[in-house]
Ligand binder design. Sequence first.
Ligand code: GAL
Length: 633
Amino acid sequence: MQRTLGVCYYPEHWPEERWETDASQMAATGLSWVRIGEFAWSLMEPEPGRFDWAWLDRAVETLGAAGLKVVMGTPTATPPRWMIDKYPDMLAVDANGHPRKFGSRRHYDFSHLGYREEAHRIARLMAERYGSNPYVAAWQIDNEYDCHDTTLSYSQAARKGFQDWLAQRYQSTDALNRAWGNVFWSMQYESFDQVELPNLTVTEPNHAHQLAFRRYSSDQVVAFNKVQADEIRKHTNAPLIHNYMGRIMTFDHWAVGADLDIASWDSYPIGFLSDRLEGTSEEKQFYLRQGHPDMQAFHHDLYRGVGRGRLWVMEQQPGPVNWAPYNPAPLPGMARLWAWEAFAHGAETVCYFRWRQAPFAQEQMHAALLRPDAAPAPALAEARQVADEIATLPDVGTADAKVALVVDYESAWAWDAQPQGRDFDMFRLAFAAYRALRRGGLNIDIIPPDTADLSNYRLVLAPGLMRISDTLRAALAKFDGIALVGPRTDTKTDELGIPTPLGPDLPDVSVSVVMTESLPPNDAIPLASGGVFKHWFEHLEGDAKIYLQTANGQPAVMGQQHLRYLAGWPDDMTFRQIIASLCEELGLNYAEMPEGLRVRETKTHRFVFNYASAPRQWGQVEIPAAGVHWEDL
Ligand code: GAL
């Protein structure tokens, strides 16, 4: 499969006379795709029921005539102002009960059925009009679900929807009261319409109540997406895509992805480093202009899984963004490196965001491939270089991974409700495991919690799963590699209670978590073999073999040859040591990479990425700062 590049474009931001020049310059840069439309509802339908498609027809025609393939976005992330007059109650409400008003974007509530129908309607009209247009070769539905924290809303629409959802799930309030343990603090309900949303309570609401609301809210995202997907499919054979984000755990991406053909995501490495990653200030300084070297890879591997093998980057950072606390420029070369890294992880297409920097409105300080005055910005030449390189290396394939990491969204909601220690966060734990794996140069698949077949893998990690599904348990029972589960895996019931007998329930392993400790940042539990657990430690009992102990003789890893339980959260170095020794047992090569270098193998090549700001040696080869090296396998 030929790798391709693209760009995000807003024809409605520029005079029409400019479109042809832009289109031919995109083509001349070697770009194949152009994404348009996703915020342009107010121009498509200036008044309810009055449409203006002519400008969009001409934009598609102009871009297509230049040889570009169009990704058509549905504009449902930006309903026009008149929509709010029609449905004043469609605005989301924050946890403090305040409406999230018109004047930016994503001002809608996933639970509002009137708005859901409007989204369905505009998707249908667009698909009827462009579904068989030869230039429209892919569709993007909405834009970045949950961006600006929009999955959860505490509105009347959500309250009503939640009550109906509860009635469906539990059938009777008796069943709900039992499932949630509402006898505690006299919290019983007698009818579903008494159940409020879990905000504005005196102290924390029941965790089971919170988890139910998180499940409900995720289901609304899935339903909102599916209404559009099902409709667009009636009118086109082109693939349907959503552009997911980095570090978003609020809805079940596996479930949304099941209704789409390709998973794409929006990669802003430097913004993420400063805005949403833990890390020491030294680490953040070291990677200031490059981004964390594992953050992009993690999401490529995650979304390749969500897309069942089909991955795109829909938006790639080209220069400074506008939205992080600090917005430094990338090192020269990073806009190229990020694209090649995506390709090495299986991406079919990487689109830069955006073509030309807008001189107005909220994102005017966000860099693009062109400056506001239409002169080339630094990333344009890097995109050109990637396009030329693709021509010499058109298809590198995607290699099979021997290592898998299970990522589960429901567990993230469970631990949000019940962190038990301030630092316990599902993404953070999964990312810690991922970093340790990748530092050893391993290819990694990220897999869903209901995976039925592990037979392609040798090493499987499943940290922090609130429960192991029956499907996964059956797969683990047959697994002949090594699975390391825990900490905090399979220690809860479906309703976030404590099971008896105590969990985890692991095939052929006698082990139970009998007490749990969370630790403040400066504390740690030393291990007998060196290294430490941070944040979290579980006291284990049982007859299973002890593979690793703490310095004071408590079990740290227990289990049997193929399935072991990890009792704590290892710090980075310890995680690497634990994984390196499992790899040694399995005969997998764990070769610790120097700081800044990362490797990824494809079917045909080994790619080496230098995320450091100084040259790094790879065998005989010196890779410059922000450099990419590839060699035949
Ligand atoms: C993304 C979004 C784009 C744009 C971009 C700026 O989150 O999808 O529309 O806002 O960020 O970095």
